[in-house]
Write a protein that binds this ligand. Structure first.
Ligand SMILES: Nc1nc2c(ncn2[C@@H]2O[C@H](COP(=O)(O)OP(=O)(O)OP(=O)(O)O)[C@@H](O)[C@H]2O)c(=O)[nH]1
Ligand SMILES: [Mg+2]
Length: 197
């Protein structure tokens, strides 16, 4: 068990001028709407800090959670990528805000790209990866909702998703906010990043 995490403060950002200055190493939760970004943050911090909903597009702001741990860091909850119902204007607003967030950081944050384990990399995920790499932002895949796939099928499922991608299997973290799978592993990864950044 890692040390207990405690949220020191929360900042909700809707516009570019509200973006907070960089103070601590940052870990970003990116991924399409409804993939489970907010649920995973809640699990990691052990409290219901982020708003979770059954309909996509729940998080419309960038939320910064400053966490006190052995070494403090900030968790950054991005609004879902490509919220299905959002129109063109809403998408452009998303892109502008998120781009300005990345541009404003002196250190590239650790970006966790959350991918639903029931679906693997969908078109929208590939689009997000391309968009991030276009900004020279490196990402690490974290699968969510693995409780939806039976244990026996997980290895083959992961292999299938990674087949045509240059991502080593050992770099992937499989998580569930439902049954806590992979949560400790992810906590350790984040703490180590916080220490080394
Ligand atoms: N079974 C299962 N359901 C999950 C898991 N994580 C999230 N969910 C459900 O998936 C839905 C979306 O979760 P959120 O955490 O709000 O997803 P999000 O990525 O923050 O969504 P947006 O803010 O809309 O971009 C909710 O109904 C959650 O209860 C999981 O690990 N397992
Ligand atoms: Mg959310």
């Amino acid at each position: 068990m890692g040390a207990i995490w405690k949220i020191r403060s929360v900042e909700t950002v809707f516009t570019v001028d509200q973006l907070p200055g960089f103070t601590l190493p940052e870990v970003v939760f990116a991924g399409r709407s409804n993939v489970g970004k907010s649920s995973l943050i809640n699990r990691l911090v052990g409290q219901k800090a982020a708003y979770v909903g059954a309909t996509p597009g729940k998080t419309r702001s960038i939320n910064f959670y400053v966490v006190d741990a052995t070494v403090p860091f900030t968790l950054v909850d991005l609004p879902g990528y490509g919220y299905a119902v959002a129109g063109k204007a809403e998408k452009e607003k998303w892109a502008k805000l998120v781009r300005r967030y990345f541009d404003s950081r002196p250190l590239p944050p650790l970006v966790l790209h959350l991918v639903d384990f029931r679906h693997g990399f969908l078109e929208r995920d590939l689009e997000l990866s391309e968009w991030l790499s276009g900004m020279r932002v490196a990402e690490l895949p974290v699968f969510t909702k693995i409780d939806k796939i039976s244990r026996g099928a997980r290895k083959a499922t992961l292999e299938k998703y990674l087949k045509n991608l240059s991502i080593p299997e050992q770099n992937c973290i499989l998580t569930s906010s439902e049954d806590n799978s992979g949560i400790e592993e992810l906590r350790t990864l984040i703490e180590n990043y916080g220490r080394s950044a």
